[in-house]
Design a protein around this ligand. Structure first.
Ligand SMILES: [Zn+2]
Ligand SMILES: [Zn+2]
Length: 355
């Protein structure tokens, strides 16, 4: 049965320089000829949303006003006129790649395979200021941004697949290229870092040392099988520092993956890796180490993540709240009060802004 698509929808709009997003009723977008209209079923909230909300001015190519949100999964409700019915069908559930890239042969990013850092007008960048994002009832996306969910993937976990999971998976699997004989140090076990740890375990890293300021997140690592003596709590002034431990024991750390990206963790990582080792810094915005920065990933990587999630190898920790609570969730996230990944359910209150 055809889904009846309304004319307008609820959305959280970010105006650059205005800090908190505001609620507005906006027209439901139309899918492009090679695009899809997706009804959003679950939305992940990322610290990058807070970073965008805190911006004073747009960066080049960024709009002044757009729908916020870059993590979601949904259900296809309409196909663009040129979409092949053998590729997608109404009713398919999909995860959405944040930056599928423009795929133009002349694009200096896409023609080197770096689709995830393409900033062309039709690159996607959903919710990141170029195209509208996912804190809304519907989104129009390019078919190249959609990856069908395999059976067995939880909708709320699928919402964070394209960022929290893919970013960490891509960083550990491909950028850090973790091998079974290697010793790895992971800094930061938030929503992204914990999935990076699961990926390193999946890749059978010989030994994994983990660092976080919160004991509760280190306890999650212990639950995943990391020995207690390989956890380092920087929030405890009396606890041993990883760089001190490495210096005293002579443990050779091949690769440090820094999911925090602060100057303190970068400094610590430099004194933790062996000479000639590798440091990978993960995150959307990393002012101090731009050359290492990596975020999100490829369509192939996203399909691999969803497959590992269906098999239970990667299991993002998510908590759910209502989409109506977005501003307070963003405040909590900014204040470091969210331990796992917050996923918002699309239980929109329509009477709120009926105008
Ligand atoms: Zn993000
Ligand atoms: Zn491009």
């Amino acid at each position: 049965m055809a889904h009846s698509i309304p004319e307008s929808m609820e959305a959280w709009i970010q105006q650059i320089g205005k800090r908190a997003p505001i609620r507005k009723r906006v027209p439901v977008p139309k899918p492009a000829a090679n695009g899809l209209l997706v009804k959003i079923l679950a939305m992940g909230v990322c610290h990058s949303d807070c970073t965008i909300a805190a911006m004073d001015a747009p960066i080049p190519g960024m709009r002044m006003e757009f729908i916020l949100g870059h993590e979601a999964c949904g259900e296809i409700v309409q196909l663009g006129s040129n979409v092949n019915a053998s590729d997608f069908a109404v009713g398919d559930k999909v995860a959405i790649l944040i930056v599928p890239g423009c795929h133009d042969a002349s694009c200096p990013q896409c023609n080197r395979g770096l689709h995830a850092i393409c900033r062309a007008p039709d690159s996607g960048n959903y919710g990141l200021g170029i195209d509208d994002g996912m804190f809304a009832e519907y989104i129009a996306i390019a078919t190249r941004a959609a990856v069908k969910l395999p059976a067995g993937v939880d909708i709320n976990e699928a919402a964070v697949a394209a960022d929290a999971v893919l970013t960490s998976y891509q960083a550990v699997r491909y950028t850090a290229d973790v091998q079974p004989d290697q010793t790895i140090a992971i800094f930061g076990l938030g929503g992204v870092g914990l999935n990076g740890l699961q990926t390193a375990i999946h890749l059978r890293a010989k030994r994994i040392l983990v660092v976080d300021k919160r004991q509760a997140t280190l306890d999650e690592a212990v639950k995943l099988g990391i020995p207690k003596e390989d956890t380092f709590c920087t929030g405890d002034a009396d606890a041993k520092r990883i760089e001190q431990y490495v210096a005293e024991t002579g443990v050779q750390v091949d690769t440090a993956v820094d999911f925090v990206g602060h100057v303190e963790t970068f400094h610590s990582a430099q004194f933790t890796v062996r000479p000639g080792g590798t440091i990978v810094i993960v995150g959307l915005i990393s002012r101090r180490a731009r050359s290492y920065r990596c975020y999100s990933g490829t369509r192939k990587g996203l399909a691999e993540c969803l497959d590992l999630m269906a098999k239970g190898v990667l299991k993002p920790l998510v908590e759910t709240k209502s989409i109506e609570e977005l501003p307070s969730v963003m405040r909590d996230l900014d204040e470091g009060k969210v331990k796992s990944r917050m996923v918002l359910l699309p239980d929109w209150k329509h009477e709120k802004s009926a105008a």
